[in-house]
Design a binder for this molecule. Structure first.
Ligand code: AHG
Ligand code: MN
Ligand code: MN
Length: 335
């Protein structure tokens, strides 16, 4: 049964964005143009992902990205697709990708080129070749009015609370997009027969609790003592029967946590003492979605959304999910 509007019409993502914008008299419609670029790009990526095994685009490119990680062919295709679909839109000034060392300055930000799009083109690289869910994550900022147009880094390095929108697409058993503009989280499923994202779950609320923890437990011995204590507690009978789910694609682990509740954590390890996940392309957008759905996100010390980014590819520890479960982890972590 498809969700329909009062007039009986199907609510596509496009329609939803336009109708949401009408609620805010100052909205110019510019923003729906940015989001439509993202939906176009993700539909192209999804079609490549679905046929990857047939098109000879599995495996690595043989290069290593700015993160020091092997670039998969699909990482590169996804990155180029997003740059191409958004690059010609007049109202986007800067694009910043997890895959590239430097930001793409399309135009110096000004009143017209007001938006900055930050993205992880393909999240879950290790799962690409084995047919496990992967995704695209995006975060949207507006240029700052208090700094000069050419001071590009100041426009980009804004804390997560300044995001005007964020979302992700999971290429899973179906293709789903979730987005927020600060007025709840809405979820759409791609109907492959008509090529449109159709509203499937409006105004999602994350369960307040959920007895699932999601962490790469193989690194347990490397985690801070508080995290090890939390895991030890979660295994006890007194904790009430936690279960573990870990896919290894943040986008898919977060998607499950959003719908079912629980907590995802990527703590500091010996190998990655500042955490592995990237603040601008992964933690901030997911934290915005989590909070909008009634959940929480912390780095162990502070709210993710209040972190002042210092560098483009900055990493952060991440604890994200149902409010009560995040608080539980923190009660051990900060002891
Ligand atoms: P990416 O593929 O964009 O580099 O991100 C991979 C990330 C994230 O999706 C996931 O949560 C994490 O790496 C998994 O890391 P481990 O393999 O260390 O568990
Ligand atoms: Mn990623
Ligand atoms: Mn990636």
């Amino acid at each position: 049964m498809i969700n329909t509007a009062g007039d009986g019409g199907i609510i596509t993502l496009q329609r939803h964005i336009i109708e949401e914008q009408r609620k805010y008299p100052t909205a110019t419609g510019e923003f729906s143009w940015v989001l439509s670029g993202i939906t176009l790009a993700t539909k192209i990526i999804e079609s490549q992902v679905r046929c990857a095994g047939l098109l000879g685009i599995l495996g690595t490119t043989g290069t290593v990205n700015v993160q020091g990680e092997k670039v998969q062919k699909l990482d590169q295709i996804a990155n180029e697709t997003i740059l191409q679909c958004l690059g010609y839109r007049r109202n986007i000034g800067i694009m910043v990708s997890e895959e590239d060392d430097e930001p793409h300055i399309i135009k110096e930000p000004d009143e017209l080129a007001n938006y900055i799009v930050l993205f992880d083109p393909l999240d879950g690289s290790s799962n690409i070749d084995v047919n496990v869910s992967i995704g695209t994550i995006f975060s949207i900022l507006q240029r700052r009015e208090d700094v000069a147009a050419k001071d590009v880094m100041s426009h980009i390095l804004q804390p997560g609370v300044k995001q005007v929108a964020a979302g992700y697409v999971v290429y899973g058993s179906s293709t789903v997009m979730a987005y927020t503009t600060g007025h709840g989280v809405h979820m759409f499923t791609l109907d492959p027969t008509i090529g449109a994202f159709v509203l499937s779950r409006p105004d999602i609320k994350m369960p307040e609790k959920g007895q699932t923890y999601s962490v790469n437990e193989a690194y347990k011995a490397q985690f801070p003592k508080g995290v090890q204590d939390y895991l030890r507690w979660a295994h006890t009978e007194e904790a009430g029967g936690y279960t573990l789910r870990y896919i290894g694609s943040l986008v898919a682990d977060f998607h499950r946590t959003l719908l079912r509740g629980g907590v995802f954590l990527y703590p500091p390890t010996r190998k990655a003492p500042g955490g592995k996940l990237r603040l601008l392309y992964e933690a901030n957008p997911m934290a915005f979605l989590a909070e909008q759905a009634g959940g929480a996100a912390s780095d162990g010390k502070q709210r993710i959304l209040e972190k002042e980014p210092k560098a483009l590819h900055e990493r952060t520890p991440l604890i994200i999910g149902s409010k009560a479960e995040v608080d539980k982890v923190l009660s051990f972590w900060t002891k």
